[in-house]
Each structure stands twice: as structure tokens, then as C-alpha cells.
Design a protein around this ligand. Structure first.
Ligand code: ADP
Length: 578
């Protein structure tokens, strides 16, 4: 019957509007019977019993009143169901957002962003007909026909029996057709979701595609996906029309049989005109809710298909942090962050990206992490930020394994300044304030000052209230990084994780950026992925990583005397600077 257990659980959590909707739907059905009764009395009074105006007018009056009340009940039924649908969808959307946040940025990167956004927007939207029409209709399709049978039973048991016997044909057809429809609708949903993903991907990479003269090929591929989607949609429509036809047929044939049977008995005087009219008025209304259920079944099915993607995200496992004994307690440098034997391999990888990595980031000092591309630097940062969970070893902060610290508490202790910070399509003020939404104006001004953004703000047309556009398109790379620094100054966290910019922009701006970074990292526990000789030299400690393993650590003076990557790297950096 297309009632997904997980979707039904959502209704149970928010049942009040649905109960209201069901009660007023039931009241509308009772009023429908009253309407048929008043009408049959009025018509039979006028044409058969010839009871005059006094016998007709009261029934016409009741009929008008009952019609008004029924309209009101129908309105409440729809409004309440729509209200329930809105509340559930809002809640679901909120859960999806927080789930994706819990799963972390690596999950968001692991599946296409187009698929996520299609699920979050279209998927949640597709549930509206399921909750606001399909579920209330299931109740009405069960309640109203039974009520009509009970109402006509005293007057005409034969018609009641015909209705009861023909009714199961409708659910039977629905199930037979629904079985094939389910697979087709799912295919349609998947191809829509694939198309959104592909479209977004192409849109984001348009510049690259243009430069490589690949846009025509991509257009063809989009055309193919679009054609598949069209075919899937046509199949769904074909099945929907077929099912409507079958259901109409059952309803029409049922009504015809009853009309013939009533007509015969009327002629033989085995049934009064009022009784016959009452039954005949109600007969189409017996089939109507069942036929409507058939129509809404397809809209409901789309919701069920969409919900599979939604629940796939909601039920995605978050890698549980293995709790390990605190090893940092024995370490003399327990004040800082200690990596002890950290191992991590990406799913499917044969070699670990971090292989028994052990090193210390001393409290209040700056540690530079250096190594060639692909050495495992970002992996270590993601492990430290807890976006990845190690398969072996332990990271401790002040002696406590970070796995034992609540993720929000841990993230509150860290400011992360990436090379390419994400800027939201919002004002500059909002982009900075995400670090501390309740910050005072003075705090914000200080952060702007410290990060060297004051001049940038003055040059913007609306200052802090300028929308900096999607991906911060109005800001240069250096300015975007200063926004990330402003966020870090505002957050004022004790730990800083910084990915030093590699791009050599304007030397003056670069010096400004570096001096801001110096202020930010002063007396804070800092891990910096360093690319510049000066940064490496000035660090209190240097850790060298290569192929996922630590190949050296110490101060500049200590490392310079040793062979290996550090000397080689310094040589390369010096060459680059020359
Ligand atoms: P670095 O930051 O030093 O350039 P990374 O930590 O990004 O290095 O990468 C370390 C190794 O892990 C590389 O061999 C890289 O190919 C691999 N790697 C990085 N990210 C992923 C991922 N999401 N899935 C699979 N392998 C990855």
C-alpha cells in the first residue's frame, strides 16, 4: 500500500494535524450522506409525494447548510494535512542538514553535491504530495466507502452487497499496476538525481571545460541523460494513465450495474423512489475516494522513491570514534597535541595515507608540517579535525584523547584557516560572523583590523554589508584568505590549524598576510602546513612527512644538519625564491 515504515514514523512524531485532518475528513463523509438524504427527500417530495413547498423547503435549507458545513470540513482536512506536511518536511530538512554536518566535509565531497542538493530540495519537496494528499486519502478511501455501505444497507442491501463486492477490484488493480510503477518511478527519480548532479558538476567546472574545448561533448552527455529522464517520465505517465483508466472503468461499471438493478426494482415497486435516489446519489461517491487514491498513489510513490535517498543519508554510518586509553599522560609534553602511532588508510587504498605517525605539537608554539604533495599532510589535518577517524593510534590534547571530547567542544577549540576558504553567498559581515554570531561591533572591528581587512571593507560599495557573491567572487584569493583570518581572530580559539598560501601574489599584500598570521599564531598551539622558507625557519618545531611516514622532526638547526627531505626541500624552496 506504499506505506513506508520510516515515513509513517515521521507522521507518528507529528500526528496532531493528521488526526485533525482525519476527523474533519470523517465529518465531511458523514455530511455527504446527510446531503444525499436531504436531496433525495427534497426531490422525492417535489416530484413523487407532491408534498408542496412546506415539505420541500426545509430539506433544501438543510441541504444548503450541510453543503456549507461539508465545504468547511473539506477545507480543514486539506489545511491540516498541508500543515502536517510542512512541519514534517521542515523537520526532515533540519535533520538532513545536521546529518550532513555530522558526516563532515569528506562525506559531502565523497558523493556528488548535485545529488545531495537534489535530495535536500527536490527530494524533501517530493514528499509533500505523500503527506498532504496520499496519506489523508488512504484514510478516506477506507472510511468513506464503508460509511456509505452502512448508510444504504437499511434501504437497499443488494446495492450495498454489489458495492462491497466490486470495491476490492480497485485496490487489486492498484497493487498490480503499482508493482510495475514502483520500479519505473524509482528509475525516474534516480535519473533525475543523476541529471542534477551532472548539471551542477558541469556548471561548476564550466571554465575548465571551455578551456579544454570539452563543452560540446558535455552538452551531448547532458542531452543523453535528459533523454533517459524523458523516457523514464513517459513510462511513469503511461502507467499513471493506465491505472486511472482501469479505476475509472471499475467505478463506471459498478455504478451502471447498480443503476440497472435499482431501475428494475423501482419498476417492480420493490424500492421507493426516495430510497432509489438516495442509493444512486451515493454510488459514485463510493468509488470516488478509491479512484482518488489511485491518482494520488503515483504522487505518493514519487515521495517514497525520493525518501530512499533521504533515508540513505540519514542512516549513513558515522565512523564511531574508538575510545583508547590516554597515552599522553606519560608524555612530558602533554600540554600540546600528541599524535601517537596514528594510522589511516582511505577505503580501497592499498597503502595507508598515514602510517604509524607520532609527533607532538607543543602548547603555545608553532609547529610547521612540511612534505611533498601527496605525503599525507591534509590527511593528518583531517584526522586532527576529526573529519576522519584513525584505524590505529591516538591523538591527545592536554592528555585527553580527542575521541573522548564531544565534536562540538573540540571544534570550538580550533580555528582552521585553509588555503581556499569557503565564502558563502552572503554579506561580508555574515561571512565573518559565522565564527561568532553574537560578536559585538568592536570585536568585529578588531578582527577586521588584525586581519588587514579594513581597507578592503572601505573599498567595497556597501562596506561590510556588501554581498560577496557565491564563492566570494567579488574578493581576490588573498582577500578571501584574510576573511578566514578574520574568522579565526574572532573565534579566538587556543588551537590554530593553518594551510599557508602557496600563491605568490603582490609582495606587499603577502607581507600583510604573513604579519597577520604571525599575530594570530602567537602563543597559540599552532600547526601550519608550511610552504615558505621563512615560515619553516621561524617555526618552533618542524615535522617532515613523506609517503605517510614522519621522516624527521626537530628545530631548523637540528634538521639542517641531517640528510633527507628537509635539506632537499629547503634547497628547492631557496631555488624557487631566487
Ligand atoms: P598532501 O596533503 O600532503 O598533499 P594528502 O593527505 O592529500 O597529501 O594525501 C595523502 C595520500 O592519500 C595521497 O596518496 C592521496 O592520493 C591519498 N588521498 C587523499 N585523499 C583521498 C581520498 N579522499 N580518497 C582516497 N585517497 C586519498
Amino acid at each position: 500500500m506504499n506505506i513506508d515504515r520510516r515515513l509513517f514514523r515521521l507522521i507518528r512524531e507529528e500526528k496532531r494535524p493528521f488526526i485533525f485532518s482525519a476527523v474533519s475528513g470523517a465529518a465531511a463523509s458523514i455530511l455527504l450522506i446527510a446531503q444525499a438524504y436531504c436531496l433525495s427527500r427534497a426531490i422525492s417530495g417535489a416530484f413523487i409525494e407532491r408534498s408542496g413547498m412546506a415539505g420541500i423547503v426545509p430539506f433544501l435549507g438543510y441541504f444548503a447548510l450541510v453543503t456549507l458545513l461539508r465545504m468547511l470540513c473539506n477545507w480543514i482536512t486539506h489545511v491540516k494535512a498541508a500543515e502536517g506536511s510542512i512541519v514534517i518536511r521542515e523537520r526532515l530538512f533540519g535533520r538532513l542538514v545536521s546529518r550532513i554536518a555530522d558526516l563532515g566535509p569528506l562525506y559531502a565531497r565523497s558523493i556528488s553535491s548535485g545529488r545531495i542538493s537534489a535530495t535536500m530540495l527536490k527530494g524533501v519537496e517530493a514528499l509533500d504530495p505523500y503527506f498532504s494528499s496520499y496519506i489523508p486519502q488512504i484514510f478516506l478511501a477506507l472510511f468513506t466507502p464503508l460509511l456509505i455501505v452502512a448508510a444504504i444497507l437499511p434501504d437497499d442491501w443488494l446495492s450495498a452487497l454489489i458495492l462491497l463486492l466490486s470495491a476490492p477490484l480497485i485496490p487489486f488493480f492498484m497493487i498490480v499496476i503499482g508493482k510495475s510503477a514502483s520500479a519505473v518511478t524509482e528509475k525516474q527519480w534516480k535519473s533525475m538525481s543523476r541529471m542534477s548532479g551532472q548539471f551542477l558538476d558541469i556548471l561548476q567546472g564550466l571554465t575548465t571545460l571551455k578551456l579544454f574545448a570539452q563543452s560540446a561533448r558535455q552538452r551531448k552527455s547532458i542531452e543523453e541523460t535528459g533523454e533517459n529522464f524523458r523516457k523514464a517520465t513517459m513510462k511513469v505517465l503511461k502507467i499513471a494513465f493506465l491505472s486511472s483508466l482501469a479505476l475509472e472503468l471499475v467505478g463506471t461499471i459498478g455504478t451502471a450495474i447498480i443503476a440497472v438493478s435499482i431501475g428494475t426494482r423501482l419498476m417492480e415497486n420493490r424500492l421507493s423512489f426516495r430510497q432509489a435516489l438516495f442509493v444512486l446519489i451515493l454510488t459514485p461517491d463510493f468509488y470516488l475516494p478509491l479512484r482518488q487514491l489511485g491518482t494520488k498513489f503515483h504522487a505518493g510513490m514519487e515521495g517514497v522513491s525520493a525518501s530512499k535517498e533521504i533515508f540513505a543519508i540519514l542512516e549513513e554510518e558515522i565512523a564511531a570514534a574508538p575510545v583508547r586509553p590516554s597515552v599522553g599522560a606519560e608524555n612530558p609534553e602533554t600540554g600540546g597535541i600528541v599524535f601517537s602511532g596514528i594510522t589511516y588508510a582511505y577505503p580501497g587504498a592499498t597503502v595507508p595515507a598515514a602510517d604509524s605517525v607520532s609527533f607532538t605539537i607543543p602548547e603555545g608554539r608553532t609547529t610547521a608540517l612540511i612534505g611533498p604533495s601527496g605525503a599525507g599532510k591534509s590527511t593528518l589535518i583531517n584526522l586532527l579535525l576529526r573529519f576522519l577517524e584513525p584505524s590505529g593510534g591516538c591523538i591527545t590534547y592536554k592528555g585527553t584523547p580527542i575521541g573522548e571530547i564531544a565534536p562540538e567542544t573540540w571544534h570550538n577549540l580550533i580555528s582552521w584557516v585553509p588555503q581556499h576558504p569557503h565564502l558563502f553567498n552572503a554579506t561580508l559581515r555574515e561571512n565573518i560572523l559565522i565564527a561568532m554570531p553574537g560578536a559585538s561591533d568592536q570585536m568585529l572591528q578588531n578582527a577586521l583590523q588584525d586581519s588587514g581587512l579594513t581597507d578592503v571593507v572601505q573599498s567595497l560599495p556597501r562596506g561590510l554589508d556588501t554581498i560577496i557573491g557565491e564563492q566570494g567572487s567579488r574578493l581576490s584569493g588573498g582577500e578571501a584568505q584574510r576573511v578566514a583570518l578574520a574568522r579565526a581572530f574572532l573565534k579566538n580559539a587556543p588551537i590554530i590549524v593553518l594551510d599557508e598560501p602557496t600563491s605568490h601574489t603582490d609582495p606587499e599584500l603577502e607581507a600583510l598576510l604573513r604579519s597577520s598570521m604571525k599575530v594570530l599564531t602567537k602563543e597559540r598551539t599552532t600547526l601550519i602546513i608550511a610552504h615558505r622558507l621563512e615560515t619553516i625557519r621561524n617555526a618552533d618545531r618542524i615535522v617532515v612527512i613523506s609517503g605517510g611516514k614522519i621522516t624527521g622532526s626537530g628545530t631548523h638547526e637540528e634538521l639542517i644538519g641531517t640528510d633527507g627531505f628537509y635539506r632537499h626541500a629547503l634547497h628547492l624552496l631557496q631555488e624557487a625564491a631566487a
